[in-house]
Design a protein around this ligand. Structure first.
Ligand SMILES: Cc1ncc(COP(=O)(O)O)c(C=O)c1O
Length: 493
């Protein structure tokens, strides 16, 4: 059956809603902008309010007889070679939890690459799933992690034959990718499902020069943020399913536990429109983005003191399997500044925002939304940064641990440590104690500390010196990190 990708059911239903002049005595209370504060309308524009209608009993009828959302999801599934697609208006932070909950339950084991995002850890805390951490491939020279290999997952399954499945993050926020086909094969040999957190990979299905992606590689569930590399609105995420290891009704049921009963039609419309745009013009748009990224990469490389991480840096037998060139990860260490200083300078002096920021890098993601003009602005700002760096104060000293020092023992289940008896101790007294909270440098959002991990000096010093150097930690209970919440092991027995 040929599928008509020129259709966009959510957008069409919205047009229909306006054409018919539907009148809702329902939420949302702004009633098509009429009740919204004029000062808010001035800033947001009325189209935001006009697109914000009740999904069921507004956009579609009260029994969803128009199949608006269902049809939009079916079209999305077709575009990315999935069998089922679910839309989420709560980001991949929801999607990844729904995926995890459909594979394992309380006290069941799930193999997870330790470079997982904090939303995965939140999923462990809420569910009581026992993580079996699979070590990422650490690049000790550059101090960053690439996804674990298929052999690493195979070994973890050998050691934990009772694990219920595996979860791998690919691409990483730095753009490196896992050997998904081989990891899927390792799982399927045991009739177990593979979840891929592909939050950064919305664009991958749409150009042959981009790395392989989850559904085509044989993964069972794949989670994608359409707002990150795609043109969906913030919070727009999808999760896809194929194969018979996870029943679609079960996945839907688990997602229902987490989702809102008031999903945003604006976000649905963004997802629907992105699918149509990619199905009709994806190859052309991604081809241009790839061309532009290559130009930007070459130009950044010409700037003294900057180096763009490329395939040679990221890929290799002990490193990543593949590489997405659209996130341009720029190493500024040779300028003698940190990524934090570089990002602050770009924002303060040139109104240019970098995304990924760490102790030695900034990330500038190029998408199909960029063009020569935006790329030119970026390059001119980076050249100015290169010149200004010499006058900046010396980079604050950060104690970045070696890979083996970063890993801590998972002494308790994340859920038990998070919800059990806890106390606050000074960070200087915290080494040896079990953390009752999560501490995450953001972005990229990979927790350095998880509830249940036994804290060590090198990790605590990394976070304290990082905070002083400009690292952003959104989640510790003491944002100044003078104290840390740890398990009260006497009370916990
Ligand atoms: C690897 C990864 N997974 C999941 C998420 C959560 O995605 P969202 O921001 O769409 O909730 C992120 C967000 O940065 C991420 O980097």
């Amino acid at each position: 059956m040929t599928v008509d990708h020129s259709r966009a059911p959510v957008l069409q239903a919205l047009e229909d809603y306006h054409r018919k002049g539907r009148l809702g005595f329902t939420p949302p209370g702004h009633k098509q902008a009429r009740g919204a504060d004029p000062a808010v309308r001035e800033v947001l524009g009325d189209s935001v309010f006009l697109g914000d209608v009740l999904a069921t009993g507004g956009l579609d009828d009260r029994l969803t007889r128009g199949r608006v959302l269902q049809e939009a999801q079916e079209l999305m599934a077709d575009a990315v070679h999935a069998e089922h697609t679910f839309f989420s208006t709560c980001g991949s932070s929801l999607s990844v939890k729904a995926a995890m909950l459909s594979v394992a339950g309380p006290h069941e084991k799930l193999l997870i690459g330790r470079d997982a995002h904090k939303s995965v850890v939140a999923g462990l805390i809420l569910s009581g799933i026992e993580p079996v951490w699979v070590e990422p491939r650490w690049d000790a020279e550059r101090h960053l992690a690439h996804p674990p290999s298929a052999v690493d997952f195979d070994r973890a399954f050998e050691a934990h034959p009772d694990a219920r499945g595996a979860l791998v993050t690919s691409p990483t926020p730095y753009g490196s990718t896992a050997a998904l086909e081989a990891i899927a094969e390792v799982c399927h040999r045991r009739s177990l499902p593979l979840i891929v957190d592909e939050a950064w990979g919305a664009h991958l299905p749409f150009h042959p020069d981009l790395p392989s992606w989850a559904m085509d590689a044989g993964a069972d569930i794949c989670v994608t943020s359409i707002h990150k590399m795609g043109s969906g609105l913030e919070q727009g995420s999808v999760f896809h399913l194929r194969g018979d290891l996870v029943p679609p009704a079960l996945l839907g049921m688990r997602a229902d536990l987490l989702g809102t009963t008031s999903p945003s039609v604006l976000i649905f419309a963004g997802l629907d429109g992105w699918r149509r745009q990619m199905a009709l013009r994806g190859k052309e748009l991604m081809g241009s983005a790839l061309g532009l990224a290559a130009e930007v990469r070459a130009a950044v490389e010409e700037i003294d003191g900057m180096h763009v991480n490329d395939r040679d840096d990221f890929c290799g037998p002990e490193l990543a399997d593949g590489f997405d060139p659209l996130p341009c990860v720029i190493d500024v260490a040779d300028l003698g500044i940190t990524g934090y200083q570089a990002a602050d300078w770009l924002r303060g002096h040139r109104s240019v925002d970098a995304h990924l920021v760490d102790h030695r890098r900034i990330g500038a993601q190029i998408t199909h939304g960029d063009d020569r003009e935006t790329a030119g602005e970026l390059l001119s700002a980076l050249r100015d940064l290169g010149r200004a760096a010499h006058g900046m104060p010396a980079a604050p000293r950060m104690e970045v641990p070696q890979p083996d020092e970063l890993r801590m023992e998972q002494a308790m289940l994340p859920r038990d440590a998070f919800f059990g008896p806890a106390e606050e101790v000074r960070v200087s007294d915290a080494a040896g104690r079990v953390s009752a909270e999560m501490i995450t440098p953001y972005p990229p959002g990979i927790p350095a500390v998880l509830p249940g991990e036994r804290l060590t000096g090198p990790v605590l010093r990394y976070l304290s010196t990082g905070l002083a150097a400009g690292m952003y930690l959104p989640d510790p209970s003491d944002p100044g990190l003078e104290t840390i919440r740890v398990v009260d092991e006497r009370a916990a027995g």
